[in-house]
Design a protein around this ligand. Structure first.
Ligand SMILES: [Cu+2]
Length: 188
């Protein structure tokens, strides 16, 4: 635990150093970092589990987002989830709440005028941030998404972990089953 935190800190420090020149050059750059150990909701919890079987308390997640002027890279790493299992994950607009629905809809670069958005023209991994992953034998996984835009003043406040990988077909694009867990992250 301590060691992985130290390793994470070292990685983040290296990434921050490489991001500084870009940050000085343009205001649309930003770094977001969040990590936590899953537990039932409390107002101060960073990582919240809504399903203690599929996202057990004690499992963990870290989220790192780096925006340069024309792109954003978001990475999620999880540990000690259920081994050999597919999960969906996306950036959502609102912070984690006691009710899984509290984290609101997906953040969309071009907002779909029709909500809930299930139109593949809007609900797709170029207009939203999808971070689906499949765990290894230890329940660990990493996923990364790259998009050619940056966050705006519209809020993007959490990564939600879902029951399945994300669907892409018309009428259910962007859906991925129930909301199992949520990580608060104030994307900028
Ligand atoms: Cu989602």
């Amino acid at each position: 635990m301590k060691h992985s935190a130290r390793r994470l800190a070292a990685t983040v420090a290296a990434l921050l150093v490489s991001a500084i020149p870009a940050a000085a050059a343009a205001e649309s750059t930003g770094v977001t970092l969040a990590w936590g150990t899953f537990r039932p909701y409390t107002p101060r919890a960073v990582a919240v589990t809504h399903d203690p079987v599929l996202v057990p308390p004690g499992a963990g997640a870290s989220v790192l987002a780096i925006s340069s002027p024309n792109s954003t890279v978001v990475t999620i790493s999880v540990r000690h989830l259920v081994p050999h299992r597919d999960y969906g994950a996306h950036v959502h607009t609102r912070p984690c709440g006691p009710d899984p629905a509290g984290s609101g809809p997906h953040f969309q670069h071009r907002p779909d005028p029709r909500q809930p958005s299930v139109d593949p023209a809007y609900a797709n991994p170029r207009n939203e941030i999808w971070l689906d992953f499949s765990t290894d034998e230890f329940g660990n996984a990493t996923a990364r998404a790259t998009v050619n835009w940056t966050f705006t003043t519209r809020p993007a406040r959490a990564v939600v972990i879902h029951e399945h990988h994300t669907h892409t077909g018309a009428g259910h694009a962007g859906t991925a089953g129930g909301r199992l867990a949520c990580v608060n992250a104030r994307f900028r």
